[in-house]
Write a protein that binds this ligand. Structure first.
Ligand SMILES: [Zn+2]
Length: 157
């Protein structure tokens, strides 16, 4: 799909990271649809922090998982491109900085876009299409009163 300069189709080093990072973008888009726009940050392997005033129910977490997996099934392209910072903010809002801190003004930033789902500033590697992520499982969701965040624990099959 699309043009690619990659010469190998076998799993390159870091392929697992690419899957996980792509899953984070899928889950962020899913949270936006199921719970509403929230600050979603990646807190290390298998943990996503979602800003929330109230606990997220296991039913809602299940819907988030289902929404992410629908996008996996659609196998849409994961686009990576650069854009001037201010222009990117005008187009996509400052929610793009959930997964990476904003750079200095005037800088070009690297955006990762899943069409109709999520646009985030992110320096990491990603899969080329969402189908390569495989199945996403949300194992649990717990509310952290101190930070007002719901902690989603997830893994990929
Ligand atoms: Zn990413």
């Amino acid at each position: 799909m699309g043009t690619s300069s990659r010469s190998s189709t076998s799993s390159p080093p870091g392929a697992e990271d690419a899957r996980v990072h792509s899953a984070v973008h899928l889950l962020k888009g899913a949270v936006t649809r199921v719970i509403g726009p929230r600050r979603v940050t990646f807190a290390g392997p298998g943990v996503l922090r979602v800003r929330s005033d109230a606990p997220v129910s296991t039913q809602e977490a299940g819907k988030v998982e289902a929404a992410a997996n629908r996008k996996v099934a659609e196998d849409v392209e994961v686009l990576e491109f650069e854009m001037e910072r201010q222009e990117a903010e005008m187009h996509f809002g400052t929610g793009i900085y959930d997964l990476a801190a904003p750079p200095e003004p005037g800088a070009h930033i690297r955006l990762v876009k899943i069409e109709g789902w999520d646009v985030s500033c992110c320096p990491c590697s990603h899969v080329e299409t969402t189908g390569s992520v495989g199945a996403v499982r949300v194992d649990s969701v717990a509310f952290e009163e101190r930070t007002r965040e719901a902690l989603f624990r997830f893994h990929l099959l």
